[in-house]
Design a protein around this ligand. Structure first.
Ligand SMILES: Nc1ncnc2c1ncn2[C@@H]1O[C@H](COP(=O)(O)OP(=O)(O)OP(=O)(O)O)[C@@H](O)[C@H]1O
Length: 359
């Protein structure tokens, strides 16, 4: 690998379906936040694209920039505090080129976000059905007049909300329409949150740690639901998670983030055998029961870099057991090593020959 000076703009992780217009395309997205008189970089040069009906996972330790990255893509960061640069296209449309007044409505019509904790996403004082209907009226309530669509009536919104409750796998949807959030289990509440996310008929759902507040069986059921929606309705999903095993088993493409940057992007299948970046390999060793059977998971020593004091070279160098003298000098660029496999490392490792990562 030749040195190329400071990091070049990262190239997008390849879409898994090169012929289709990506539902999401992010190019060189950088997020900075104001802290006193300084601007701290939280995400740098984030690029990816996702084809319709595909699944991608974004993994990495806490503070890697996963959540800030998706909020920036969805236009949810307060412009008074955050400076966001780069390009975001949904369905081929560059959001920044739309009139400001139309951006929010356009994004809501294509993309939804599901948060980790369903109790915080739902209004505890309102029955769940009307919460879905309200989201529908606020979003799809804007009819496509050119296509001859009439405005959505309250009765129709209610009928469709009951259908959505059924679609997300809740029995007796007519009755559940009138339930308050506290009357439902954690898994059911997350299903209702997903129903709200579906209310505007999105083409992609971003999920920020969608299952971390749930027990293992319910986690699997919620992930099955997202898989089912992708298969039945071609809804793509991008799941942000700490859980590499979940990412490897449910996504097709995995982006590994560290210190605000993508450090490796690779196909999920066989990831434990193909990964070349020492950070990803360390994450794999941190998953229980991977490697020698019975071997305890190996935590990664040290802490991620502080955005207030970013290192000059590779962000992982200080924790990397394979770091060489030159790793701390310049930032490596994200470089393609094989098709759909990009690595940001001055000295990529050979594949670790570990067994498949499974939940
Ligand atoms: N509202 C905010 N204002 C300022 N800095 C923030 C804000 N939210 C997050 N950050 C900082 O941005 C960086 C990235 O945070 P982010 O929440 O995106 O990480 P993450 O990878 O999603 O971690 P986690 O898995 O814990 O959610 C961190 O250094 C964090 O301290």
């Amino acid at each position: 690998m030749t040195r190329s000076g400071p990091a070049q703009a990262a190239r997008p992780a390849a879409s898994t379906d090169p012929g289709a217009t990506p539902v999401v395309e992010v190019e060189d997205l950088t997020v900075r936040v104001r802290r006193g008189s300084a601007m701290l970089t939280l995400v740098e040069g984030l690029s990816y694209r996702l084809a319709p009906a595909r699944a991608m996972a974004i993994v990495g330790e806490s503070g890697a920039g996963k959540s800030i990255g998706i909020r920036a893509v969805l236009g949810l960061l307060d412009p008074r505090r955050f400076e966001v640069t780069g390009t975001v296209r949904f369905d081929g449309v560059d959001v920044a080129q739309l009139p400001k007044a139309k951006r929010r409505g356009f994004v809501t019509g294509v993309a939804s976000l599901v948060f980790q904790d369903p109790t915080r996403s739902l209004n505890p004082t309102m029955r769940v059905g009307p919460q879905i209907a309200e989201a529908m009226l606020a979003g799809s309530g804007r009819p496509d007049e050119a296509a001859g669509e009439a405005p959505l009536s309250r009765a129709e919104a209610r009928r469709r909300s009951v259908e959505l409750i059924r679609d997300v796998g809740i029995a007796a949807p007519d009755e559940r329409y009138f339930a308050y959030p506290h009357e439902l289990s954690g898994g059911m509440r997350q299903r209702i949150v997903i129903a709200i996310a579906l209310a505007c008929r999105p083409k992609v759902i971003f999920c920020d740690e969608p299952t971390s507040s749930l027990d293992v069986t319910t986690q699997a059921a919620i992930m099955d639901l997202l898989d089912g929606l992708r298969e039945a309705h071609s809804i793509s999903n991008i799941v942000v998670t700490h859980d590499l095993a979940l990412a490897a088993s449910r996504a097709e493409q995995v982006l590994v983030m560290y210190g605000g940057q993508v450090v490796e992007a690779l196909p999920a299948r066989g990831l434990a055998r193909t990964s070349r970046m020492p950070y990803t390999q360390a994450l794999i060793r941190a998953v229980p029961d991977v490697g020698v059977p019975g071997r305890p998971p190996l935590p990664i020593e040290g802490s991620p870099p502080d955005p207030r004091d970013p290192p000059p070279g590779c962000a992982f160098a200080a924790r990397c057991e394979h770091a060489q003298d030159d790793c701390g000098q310049d930032r490596p660029a994200l470089v393609e090593v094989t098709d759909r496999h990009l690595v940001r490392c001055w000295h990529p490792r050979s594949a670790p020959q570990q067994p498949e990562v499974t939940p």
